[in-house]
Design a protein around this ligand. Structure first.
Ligand code: ADP
Length: 492
């Protein structure tokens, strides 16, 4: 099935670099132009690629009111109809994957090859949601546990929790938006989505696809807005679920404010990888390069700390470092480029100062270590200590530390020595040690024989400790966005 955009602006937003009109926002399923606009800056060229309408307080109020009004409509929609809507969106994204991929690269500087993968993943995310929409079941529970309850039975069913507020970051501006909208619709909830201020384009393009899917009016708003403007929605009683992906500082602060809601937090990490002495080193080195340097390390599950068993430490560096040095930096629209620019000047300065600080305190550089215009070179550091910011804070940049450990147990302790716990990777030839790592590592996911950066969109995904609470991965997000209700039957 081919889906056409209803709004002609959607076609031209990215492709036409002379685009002058501000792109409208999506309010309750209708495009709306507003007086206030913001430019979207391409992090590679520094040029404005689009102008986007910004929501004001009245738009937010209207979006919340529309979500409240459409709540019973979507909740009453048969599951096969919700599934059909989601499947149409999946097909619509797939049909427009190249345009969407170029939008992602234009607004956040991700290498085009990776943006294409993101667009395909977003299509899959909606397909998975389409499958899950028809599988939201419940339980049949015998209640005749004691004499007084004889003849009684319980049935549980999950009901949509109510309007969702989704807030998303810049690093996966399409697929992380998909991870908010798709489960919300599968669960039967209207959603208001606030994209990251730097990257609203992919979210608006996705909104265009959604508008052609048959979603009832009022159920979706995509509101580019400042944090201050969106603030009232975080505390508004009509919003029942807050699903936030972004930094730990912002996320935990919002959770306090949204104390009366269901809150899903997908936050940061400083993911560790453990290389056991018997692991396939060549394979591990290749995967570690991908895990540490995809999207210049601006990924919550990017490889930040590598712990290699002492016996294989030197051999690993010999395999790993040349691969890092060979990574190609440049224009992210160039299909051969692997490292694009960092998102902005503040982050460039931050990582440069963290690296300088580590080197001044005794760490050593084995690759990279310099800023070059809007880029930060892929960087490998050895002799880092756990106290250095490069070890204990979220780097979110193309920088990785490699540290020897004397034993598997010491490596696990090193991985756990963190305020974060999103995912961890363990390369080992031993099934027993794989299970040992699974038991001992404090993280939402333990990835055996791959990097923590591994994610497929239907798996449960989320963190412990400062890395978040709740899980995404459609089925799990649907659980978070629904409430179980019991019917107790007294069969008299
Ligand atoms: P990142 O820098 O990775 O995007 P942030 O946590 O700064 O991480 O931002 C994630 C999302 O949260 C963005 O959409 C941002 O605009 C939004 N945001 C930041 N601060 C607030 C806030 N106080 N209230 C609501 N949203 C916020």
């Amino acid at each position: 099935m081919r889906i056409e955009f209803a709004h002609p602006l959607c076609f031209n937003l990215i492709m036409d670099s002379t685009f002058k009109n501000p792109h409208p926002l999506l309010l309750g399923g209708r495009w709306k132009e507003t007086a206030q606009t913001a430019e979207v800056i391409n992090p590679f060229s520094g040029e404005a690629v689009a102008k986007v309408c910004q929501a004001g307080a009245a738009d937010l109020e209207e979006a919340i009111a529309q979500a409240g009004k459409s709540r019973p409509v979507l909740a009453a929609l048969a599951s096969y109809k919700r599934a059909e809507i989601l499947e149409r969106v999946s097909e619509g994204i797939y049909a427009r994957r190249e345009e969407l991929a170029r939008a992602v690269t234009s607004e956040n500087g991700k290498p085009l090859v990776e943006s294409r993968a993101e667009a395909e993943r977003a299509s899959l995310t909606f397909r998975i949601a389409s499958e899950e929409a028809v599988r939201i079941g419940g339980e049949f529970i015998p209640l005749d546990r004691n004499r007084a309850s004889e003849g009684r039975w319980g049935i549980t069913r999950r009901f949509p929790a109510g309007p969702v507020l989704g807030i998303t970051p810049f690093n996966f501006p399409l697929n992380l938006v998909a991870h908010k909208i798709a489960p919300a619709v599968a669960a039967g909830n209207p959603i208001i989505l606030k994209p990251a201020s730097k990257t609203p384009i992919s979210a608006l393009l996705l909104g265009g696809v959604m508008m052609e899917s048959g979603l009832p009016e009022g159920c979706l708003s995509v509101l580019p807005a400042s944090a201050k403007t969106i603030g009232p929605a975080v505390t508004d009683a009509r919003i029942k679920v807050l699903s936030f992906t972004g930094s730990a500082a912002v996320g935990w602060g919002l959770k306090k404010l949204a104390f009366d809601k269901k809150v899903i937090l997908e936050l940061g990490g400083n993911a560790g990888v453990l290389l056991d002495e018997d692991c396939d080193l060549k394979y591990a080195a290749g995967r570690a390069v991908a895990g540490a340097f995809s999207y210049a390390g601006q990924v919550c599950i990017s490889v930040q700390r590598i712990y290699a068993h002492r016996r294989i430490y030197d051999a690993f560096l010999e395999l790993f470092v040349p691969k890092v040095k060979a990574l190609k930096m440049g224009d992210p629209m160039d299909e051969t480029v692997q490292i694009g620019p960092m998102i902005d000047e503040d982050n460039l300065e931050r990582v440069a100062s963290w690296v300088d600080e580590a080197l001044a305190a005794g760490a050593k550089l084995v690759a990279g270590g310099k800023r070059s215009g809007r880029f930060y070179e892929p960087t490998v550091i050895v002799d880092a200590t756990p106290q250095m910011k490069l070890s204990c804070m979220e780097v979110f940049a193309p920088v990785v530390t490699v540290t020897p450990v004397e034993s598997f147990d010491e490596g696990i302790r090193a991985i756990n020595d963190s305020v974060y716990g999103l995912q961890a990777g363990v390369f080992t030839g031993s099934l027993k040690r794989a299970f040992q790592a699974f038991e001992a590592i404090e993280a939402g996911g333990v990835i055996i024989n791959d990097v923590p950066t591994y994610r497929v969109d239907h798996m449960p995904y989320g963190g412990v400790k400062q890395s978040g609470s709740g899980r995404e991965g459609i089925r799990y997000a649907v659980e978070e966005m629904t409430e179980p209700r019991l019917m107790a039957l007294n069969l008299i």
